[in-house]
Design a protein around this ligand. Structure first.
Ligand code: AMP
Length: 435
């Protein structure tokens, strides 16, 4: 299939061609015809599937024939980086159209944003907090919105933005086209979708439990104290072009940057404690190839699109298995190959098990010169790991013993002896602290 067969008009086709896209991705093939007909849509799409163009192209095409003044399309997205990226995409795809698009997000002065809004805008990309602020101050009028896109709805929920989203929904015109994108469909999002969408089409592309097959994954079982050595060693490898290194906390991100500097390697960190300008500067330098290593927390890295990213390192495994898929989806984008390398220490073994269970596959283990010491003492342990989560091999795997003694590393399901409920609550608050 070609873009022309999707009934896109000449200015859009020209812009798409200039981007070097030859074939629409599956989500584009499925969503664009529906959106051109102004249908509501639920898009379940993995990161890197081309979903931004899937909604941006038909929105631009439909709005290009409009004559009305005011903001006609609103795209709400959870993070600043993602908002900037979506705006850049709208700019590229709308190069040959007379539509104005702008982006607003928190963490920076509102003055330039208000000035741009004052000059007139057709398409607004926003994060929820800044949008609510500017609506309250009377700088943004969303009463003329014809298309509303709720992007990364599951992340909105995770990041505690759902109340802001609901406030915004309350003042949007009832007559509108609504698009909801979410990598996963938690119950709350499903309930929200049922109330805000009208007779939607559902487009599913690769559920979140599947990772792009072009990504090569390995895991190293390693003691916490040796991770820094292994990271430096692997980063020196010739095949590493550009590497995004994930940590769970801001503190750990800064520590990794410092430790790499100690061995003469230049890296920069992006996380919630850095100013927006510092984050953008680091991202710009990383994208331009000026620095090869970017260390990031999950929230800060959300939405980063670096087409040539060769490696993702999980320096610390995420405590939510879906996050692993989001992280490694930063590489292997739009069908390109990529490598995802994870470091798993003793305390993170439960996280690894959860990830493998979600994906229904075992991540192949790679051995380093610094193996996890506890595994050297208990020879049986690695065998228990294999087969976990893989429906074809679980029959041979030893069942998990919830109350097994703590000396067995694989019974160490939840840190600090928490119950599953306490653990999941604590995971939520750990995440909020991280932000
Ligand atoms: P997204 O999922 O929207 O973040 O897009 C992921 C990456 O795919 C971005 O770098 C896009 O520029 C790229 N992309 C989007 N559509 C296509 C396409 N049809 N062909 C090739 N690359 C694409």
């Amino acid at each position: 299939m070609t873009f022309k067969e999707l009934n896109l008009t000449a200015p859009i086709l020209k812009a798409v061609d200039r981007q070097g896209y030859t074939t629409p991705t599956p989500i584009q093939q499925k969503a664009i015809p529906m959106l051109l007909q102004k249908r509501d849509l639920i898009g379940c799409a993995q990161t890197g599937t081309g979903k931004t163009a899937a909604f941006a192209l038909p929105i631009l095409q439909n709005l290009a024939v409009e004559r009305k003044k005011g903001i006609k399309a609103l795209i709400l997205t959870p993070t600043r980086e993602l908002a900037i990226q979506i705006q850049e995409n709208f700019e590229y795809y709308g190069t040959y159209l007379p539509l104005r698009c702008t982006v607003i997000f928190g963490g920076v002065s509102q003055v330039p944003q208000v000035e741009r809004l004052g000059r007139g805008v057709d398409i607004l990309i926003a994060t929820p907090g800044r949008l609510c602020d500017l609506i309250n101050q009377g700088y943004v009028d969303i009463s003329q919105i014809e298309v509303f896109v709720l992007d990364e709805a599951d992340r909105m929920l995770d990041m505690g933005f759902i109340r802001d989203v609901k406030k915004i929904l309350n003042i949007l015109p009832k007559e509108r086209q609504t698009l909801l994108f979410s990598a996963t469909m938690p119950k709350e999002i499903e309930a929200l979708a049922n109330t805000i969408l009208h007779d939607p089409v559902t487009v599913k592309v690769d559920p979140v439990t599947s990772t792009a097959s072009s990504i090569l994954q390995h895991v190293y079982l390693i003691d916490k104290g040796n991770k820094r050595r292994l990271l430096a060693k692997l980063l020196r490898g010739r095949e590493v072009g550009s590497a995004l290194v994930f940590t769970r906390t801001k503190h750990a991100a800064d520590k990794v940057v410092k430790e790499l500097a100690e061995v003469g390697m230049v890296a920069m960190a992006i996380h919630g404690n850095k100013s927006q300008n510092a984050r953008q500067d680091a991202l710009k330098r990383f994208k331009s190839g000026d620095i090869k290593i970017l260390v990031a927390t999950d929230i800060a890295a959300r939405g980063i699109d670096i087409p040539e990213l060769s490696h993702v390192f999980n320096y610390e495994l995420p405590n939510e298995p879906e996050t692993y898929i989001h992280r490694i989806g930063r590489t292997g984008r739009a069908g390109l190959g990529g490598v995802a390398i994870s470091f798993c220490d003793y305390d993170e073994i439960p996280y690894l098990k959860d990830i493998e269970k979600l994906m229904g596959q075992t991540i192949p283990e790679e051995k380093s010169e610094w193996p996890m010491t506890i595994l050297q003492k208990t020879e049986k342990a690695p065998q228990k790991r294999y087969g976990f989560g893989n429906p074809h091999t679980t029959a041979t795997a030893k069942p998990r013993r919830p109350h097994a003694p703590a000396t067995d590393p694989f019974s160490y399901a939840r840190p600090h002896g928490e119950s599953p409920k306490q653990y999941s609550r604590a995971a939520g608050s750990r995440k909020r602290r991280e932000r």
